[in-house]
Every structure is written in structure tokens, then in C-alpha cells.
Design a binder for this molecule. Structure first.
Ligand SMILES: [Zn+2]
Length: 342
């Protein structure tokens, strides 16, 4: 089968490799669509040397496909089922898993899950990560679940209800997913960041207030506070960058809830957290895959309008050159079309 393999930072090649066999609890999935996001670009470049320890390696995590073969002991799935996959594996039996918070699985075996790859014709997936797609959900929408799943978890943790306002910092792949999820829940969106086409896409997804940046790293916090002088009561940070952390805490009102989805140093001291009574909420992916698929099936959420380019698997190097280059500011989502959809 064909598979994309990284051989060095910025060196991705499509090669012939053996098709893997599913072990116990695993499913072999024929990949149909793969949608790279920020983490994949970090892996492609091996930013900071922290993504890849040895080469060659596969890439990709957010995908949809068709069940090809079941490993021993897998129940509830059949060859031919159309599926999407969660980011995190889990045991399915611990206290957190049984109450639906399987992104916080307590089993030590799942604390550091094996890296998922999907930029290949077939991939192995733990059966517990898979959800069967409703008939109305296409492969492209099902390959872009990570942003909405994280955002649904963030908005629930921030106890947001329809009609309330939320700031979303960053309008990359994760941020656009958050904007779409917020609109599906009836939230009023303040989209912070994005230059070029990406900010426009946030508007097209229904963000009511846009604060684009003119250049990488520019702060728009003062303009946001000009429009909302008391600050924002709820802010979701989606960029895992120093810029994003600074913007999120600069626009947070006294008493605000701030949801964090990744790294970057906290720009507030303990005392500032106390003085401002900030609620800082960690968001580790989310358990809402099936719920997000239902939003898509009902027609309440779609990221397809954000797709600006599609590439065949053979052209994956061109796709990553685009995503890692200066033109990325004008790129929404990119889809790598892998299986034959006809
Ligand atoms: Zn568990």
C-alpha cells in the first residue's frame, strides 16, 4: 500500500509499505480523507525537535475511512462501516470512561497513547476510538472532527449556553472548528487573530465579531477591549502559542473562564489569577465525537466551506509545503484524498 513517511524535517515521501494486520482490539481502516492541522505541520517540521524522535515516521491523526478488517475480539463494527476516529484511546472500563469522560481515562496504559498515523491507504486503529458515521455525514466533514470535539468540551467546561458570547483566539484549523461548533450551539463568537483569508473564513462560519491581525504576532487585544470594554467572560485559546496566551488573558474580563487546549507559558501570575478571579480550564481533546457527528448529520455544523485545497496522496509533499509556507494565511482546511470515493 502507499503511505506517506517523513524522513527528516520537511522531507515527506510517498512509499510502498506492507499493509498492516490488525491485532486484538484493532481495526484496519481504509483511509478516505485526511485533514492535516497545526500539530501535523509541527510534526512535518519537527518544530523544537519535540515531535519526532526517530525517522522514518508516518503522519496524520484527523481522518475518516471504511472498516476493512477486524482484529480478534472486536465487536460492534463490520467491514464496510464508514467511520471516524477520536484522537485519544481509552480503556472503556475505568471510573472516568464509564461516566463518559474517556479523554481522562485513568488506566496508566493509556496515559501516553501510541501515535496515530493516517496519511496512508490503510491504518490500524484501536476499535474504541472509532465511531460509525451517520448516513448524512460525508468523509470530508468526518475528517475534520478534532476542532469541534475540543471546542464542545471547552464550551461545556465553561458552562456556556446559547446566546452567550465567547472569544476564540486563533482561526487556524482548530480555531475554525471552534467557531463552527460555537455557532452550532448558538454562541456569539468574537474571533481573535488570523491574517489573510482565514479571518474571512471565521466570518463566513458565523463569527459575529472579527479582529484579524495584519502581521504574525500582532496584538489586537486593545481593539477587542475597545469593542468590549469590560472584557470577555469566556475565552478559548486554540493556538498553543505565546501570542495566543497573551491575547486570551489580555481580553479576559474579571471573573472570566479561560479554556486552554495546549502549551505556551501562562502570562498571568498567581496573584493576578486571584485578583481577577480567573477560572483557567484545561481541555484535553474531548469525549464528544458521536455528538459532533450528530450536529453534522442535522446540518448544524460543517467545515466543508473552509476547505480551500484538495490533494491526492501522491501530492502530499506539495500540501505540506503549502501549509508550512507563507501562503498558509490564505489556506483554510486542506484535504488529502486517499481512498477512491466513487
Ligand atoms: Zn478508562
Amino acid at each position: 500500500m502507499k503511505a506517506a513517511r517523513l524522513h527528516a524535517p520537511g522531507d515527506i515521501r510517498v512509499e510502498d509499505v506492507a499493509r498492516p494486520e490488525p491485532g486484538p482490539g484493532q481495526v484496519l481502516v481504509q483511509v478516505m480523507a485526511y485533514a492535516p492541522y497545526g500539530t501535523d505541520v509541527g510534526t512535518y517540521l519537527n518544530r523544537g525537535g519535540r515531535y519526532v524522535k526517530s525517522y522514518p515516521v508516518g503522519i496524520g491523526a484527523d481522518f475518516s475511512g471504511i472498516v476493512a478488517q477486524l482484529g480478534a475480539g472486536v465487536e460492534g463494527l463490520a467491514p464496510g462501516d464508514r467511520v471516524s476516529a477520536l484522537a485519544l484511546d481509552h480503556c472503556g472500563a475505568c471510573a472516568n470512561c464509564t461516566k463518559g469522560r474517556h479523554n481522562l481515562c485513568l488506566d496508566p496504559a493509556f496515559r501516553t497513547p501510541a501515535r496515530q498515523t493516517c496519511c496512508e491507504e490503510y491504518t490500524l486503529v484501536s476499535a474504541r476510538k472509532l465511531a460509525v458515521l451517520p448516513d448524512a455525514v460525508g468523509f470530508e466533514d468526518a475528517a475534520m472532527l478534532a476542532g469541534p470535539v475540543d471546542a464542545l468540551n471547552a464550551f461545556r467546561r465553561m458552562r456556556l449556553e446559547a446566546g452567550q458570547r465567547v472569544g476564540i483566539v486563533g482561526v487556524g484549523a482548530m480555531g475554525l472548528g471552534a467557531v463552527a461548533m460555537a455557532r452550532a450551539l448558538g454562541l456569539e463568537v468574537v474571533a481573535i487573530g488570523g491574517s489573510g483569508r482565514r479571518s474571512d473564513l471565521a466570518g463566513e462560519l458565523g463569527a459575529a465579531h472579527l479582529f484579524p491581525i495584519a502581521a504574525h504576532g500582532e496584538s489586537v487585544a486593545e481593539r477587542v477591549l475597545g469593542a468590549f470594554p469590560e472584557g470577555l467572560d469566556a475565552v478559548m485559546e486554540t493556538t498553543a502559542s505565546a501570542w495566543g496566551m497573551d491575547e486570551a488573558f489580555a481580553v479576559a474580563a474579571p471573573g472570566a473562564r479561560v479554556a486552554l487546549t495546549g502549551g505556551g507559558d501562562l502570562p498571568v501570575s498567581n496573584w493576578q489569577i486571584v485578583e481577577r478571579e480567573l477560572e483557567i480550564l484545561g481541555v484535553k481533546a474531548g469525549p464528544g465525537q458521536v455528538e459532533v457527528l450528530e450536529f453534522i448529520a442535522r446540518g448544524d455544523l460543517s467545515l466543508r466551506p473552509t476547505i480551500t485545497r484538495r490533494f491526492a496522496l501522491d501530492d502530499v509533499a506539495e500540501a505540506f509545503t503549502l501549509l508550512a509556507g507563507p501562503q498558509a494565511r490564505d489556506v483554510g482546511r486542506v484535504i488529502i484524498e486517499i481512498g477512491e470515493t466513487a
